[in-house]
Design a protein around this ligand. Structure first.
Ligand SMILES: Nc1nc2c(ncn2[C@@H]2O[C@H](COP(=O)(O)OP(=O)(O)OP(=O)(O)O)[C@@H](O)[C@H]2O)c(=O)[nH]1
Ligand SMILES: [Mg+2]
Length: 203
């Protein structure tokens, strides 16, 4: 049985859109969701690196498609390394830019999600305090609609450190397949790491 741990992560490159993206030669995991929900922070927590992906309290921090090469090491029966790529994306629904720029970003983002052949996992981040926002419903509809047979969607509820214990229990009950993340308190991240590794490389 495999026992995979993420042991290394390094910035590869940034792209504006699909056309100037690196060759799709590794399995990729896309982190997507609303601006400020904690995508870049989650990538850092998973990588155990503080500022690999730039995070900020101001929404709209990530403005490009950022690629990071990651290495998983097998501590199980058969030692070996496995390789994948994390993709940090701009947030959906960031408003403080012109309408035409917003339209361009949206197209770049949806084209990427629809057409990137190497994408295997969509990690949809949702703020645990605001789970019923229209923007997240449309992101979910969109993902369900475009998802290929080899791809999965993981719902990651973020900022659970801001939730009361009782509300967290309710949320877990409502979404038994979800992962429940605090980047601040390093919660739920090992479980997400495991779910990613199992989908990409098997048990
Ligand atoms: N309390 C708490 N704050 C968090 C958590 N994750 C992220 N944050 C904070 O939320 C803010 C936004 O985090 P980012 O990781 O930059 O969010 P993002 O989704 O990448 O945002 P954009 O790049 O603008 O789309 C930062 O101030 C983080 O410190 C968490 O689990 N708990
Ligand atoms: Mg970001």
């Amino acid at each position: 049985m495999k026992k995979l741990k993420l042991v290394d992560a390094a910035f590869l490159t940034s792209a504006q859109k699909l056309a100037d993206s690196p060759s799709p030669d590794k399995a990729e995991i896309a982190f997507l969701g609303r601006s400020n929900v904690g995508k870049s922070s989650l990538l850092n927590t998973l990588s155990k690196r503080k500022n690999l992906a730039k995070s900020s309290s101001t929404p709209g921090k990530t403005q490009l498609i950022n690629y990071f090469d990651v290495t998983f090491k097998d501590y199980g029966d058969e030692a070996g390394n496995y390789y994948a790529r994390f993709v940090d994306l701009p947030g959906f629904g960031y408003a403080k830019v012109s309408k035409s720029l917003k339209k361009d970003w949206h197209k770049n983002l949806t084209d990427f999600l629809e057409q990137r052949p190497s994408l295997q996992i969509f990690v949809h981040l949702i703020d645990a305090r605001h789970i019923d926002l229209d923007i997240d419903k449309s992101v979910d509809d969109f993902l369900q609609h475009i998802k290929r047979g080899d791809q999965i969607i993981l719902n990651a509820f973020t900022k659970i450190d801001k939730l009361k214990q009782s509300d967290l229990q309710k949320l877990k009950f409502k979404y038994p397949e979800g992962v429940f993340i605090s980047n601040l308190k390093n919660k739920g991240v090992d479980q997400l790491e495991k779910r990613i590794a199992i989908h990409l490389f098997g048990e």
